[in-house]
Design a protein around this ligand. Structure first.
Ligand code: NAX
Ligand code: K
Length: 503
């Protein structure tokens, strides 16, 4: 189910597989797969197609050379920019063989200066500059070339990884780095986390995996996957006729410092629209008498509530007052399932003893930090969290013995045992105020309806992103989508999924 592999794991598979195959077989298969992917992106009559192939100094360049030779035999007009290995470095044997094949093909080798890159109407660019062997930021002539290619308006097919992107972390390498902006990526042997999180989604475009016919026995079990409905679909249960509101749990959202009452309202509205039997909106200060837009919510002062009677979603607009701190303390001490978001995470970051007690809780805990909140908890910086989002989420999950949902492009969900998932739904419409409150309310709703914490987190993140994706296709975003608009879209997505999956 959509496993993801680190560079070290891919190298191990490659090493084991290569030992059982004729020399060069994997590169030849990669080149053939790349050519096939390129043909899918070209006009039917390839004779007129102009293809620019960039071949770097390593084996990623070898894949590009193989692909260039194949494409030239289809009649495409292939221009090849070839970077030889740096002085003192030798080509692998398979790369040398690929170079010979490209040289005897109809592909035309050109220097960058003679290729009229910016002035030509290319049908496709193939990026085979660097793959998983990238070691440092792109600079010099290669950087200038990538900047020129990024100005072109045609499709760009990256081989294995868009050059300049780190395959493990999804970061563009370097403080002021550049990377190829691909519209499509064909990645080899196995899928890679860096194509799906941090900058990855912006640079990789549509990702396809070419396994290169490697036998399954060479792959170790993966601890990292892309999110998939199959991971949580068995919890999408049809409702029984003989049920009542007590059958679907209680959620209490705790937050709403002065001036911040919208945050718990958004979370609470999401919870009631996601199927919870009873939802309380609890305010640390100045409780609203009711929510006229959602009168089903019970609005109360947080201090008067018996915390053991509901799944607790604490944090939206909670603030950092001593009353807020005391509420978090009591919530952690309660026996209830607990989701901590936003200000609850900030308060936790400043109180090591509370973190220890959170880690020792018997009842389930889910945390939903964005990168800054995660950085506060880790005592690091946003830059450090984003540089390795998987490590940040896994470290927090292990330390706090909680499911951690590290939000952002390619949200990472991590468990204390190290397993992790990267989400695939969602889009930049979610980069607006209140969407985190909606996610917290949705996840709390699933927890209150009896979902285990891991599956609740996976489903909540998936549905939240899917609702945004549907709204964008309807023209409600990505510009100007509001968090409240997600709520009915989440309800529709949840009901459709239950209709589809439940027995
Ligand atoms: N070896 C094999 O069996 C296979 C390799 N494959 C391809 O090989 C790739 C990995 O090949 P390599 O390990 O040679 O690595 P790359 O081709 O990604 O690049 C490594 C080369 O680039 C240099 N380099 C790294 N960063 C640089 C930078 N910023 N500026 C200038 N030079 C830089 C390195 O010194 C090295 O010479 C994969 O991504 C994949 O595309 C595939 O063909 C599958 C099979
Ligand atoms: K590449």
């Amino acid at each position: 189910m959509n496993p993801l592999y680190t560079v070290a794991e891919i190298r191990a598979v490659e090493y084991a597989a290569a030992a059982t195959l004729p020399p060069g077989a994997l590169m030849q298969r990669a080149g053939q797969a790349a050519a096939n992917a390129a043909l899918d992106l070209l006009p039917l009559s390839t004779a007129q197609a102009r293809v620019l192939v960039l071949a770097g100094p390593g084996d990623n360049g070898g894949d590009a050379l193989e692909a260039a030779a194949h494409l030239s035999y289809t009649g495409a007009q292939v221009t090849l920019i070839h970077f030889a290995p740096a002085e003192g470095r030798v080509s692998s044997d398979e790369r040398q063989a690929a170079l010979q094949r490209a040289k005897v093909s109809d592909a035309r080798f050109r220097e960058v200066a003679d290729a009229s890159i910016a002035a030509t109407e290319w049908n496709l660019v193939i990026d085979g500059l660097f793959g998983i062997g990238l070691k440092r930021p792109l600079d010099g002539a290669v950087r200038a070339l990538v900047e020129t290619v990024n100005q072109l308006r045609c499709n760009v097919l990256a081989l294995d990884v868009p050059s300049g992107l780190d395959a493990d972390s999804g970061c563009v390498v370097g403080p002021d780095g550049v990377a190829v902006h691909a519209t499509h990526t064909i990645t080899f042997i196995g899928n890679k986390p860096g194509l799906h999180t941090c900058d990855g989604r912006d640079y990789a475009g549509l990702v396809d995996v070419a396994r290169l016919e490697i036998d399954a026995s060479h792959f170790a079990p993966a601890s990292l996957h892309l999110n998939d409905v199959k991971f949580f679909s068995r919890h999408l249960q049809a409702r029984r006729h003989n049920s009542h509101k007590g059958s679907y749990g209680n959620v209490a959202v705790i937050g709403g410092a002065r001036g911040m009452s919208g945050a718990p309202i958004l979370a609470a509205r999401t919870a009631i629209n996601s199927g919870v039997g009873r939802v309380y909106a609890l305010f640390v200060e100045d409780a609203l008498p009711c929510d006229p837009g959602q009168p089903e919510l019970m609005c109360r002062s947080a201090g008067d509530f018996e915390l053991n009677t509901a799944t607790l979603v604490i944090g939206p607009g909670l603030g950092d007052s001593s009353a807020a701190h005391a509420l978090l303390d009591q919530a952690i001490a309660s026996d209830s399932v607990l989701l901590a978001d936003a200000d609850a995470i900030n308060l936790l970051a400043g109180d090591a003893a509370l973190q220890t007690r959170l880690a020792q809780r018997q009842a389930a805990v889910v945390l939903t930090p964005h990168p800054l909140e995660a950085a506060r908890l880790l005592g690091s910086s946003i830059g450090a969290v984003q540089a390795d989002r998987l490590a940040a989420a896994r470290t927090l999950a292990a330390r706090l013995q909680a499911i951690v949902v590290l939000k952002g492009s390619g949200t990472v969900i991590a468990a204390p045992d190290g397993k992790a998932v990267i989400n695939t739904t969602g889009n930049p419409a979610l980069a607006t105020a209140g969407t985190g409150d909606v996610l917290a309310g949705l996840c709390g709703a699933l927890l209150a309806q009896g979902w285990p914490q891991w599956e609740a987190a996976l489903a909540a993140v998936w549905l939240h992103g899917m609702a945004a994706d549907v709204l964008v296709t309807e023209g409600c975003g990505p510009i100007g989508l509001t968090a409240a608009e997600l709520i009915p879209a989440i309800r529709t997505a949840l009901n459709r999924m239950v209709q589809h999956h439940a027995r």
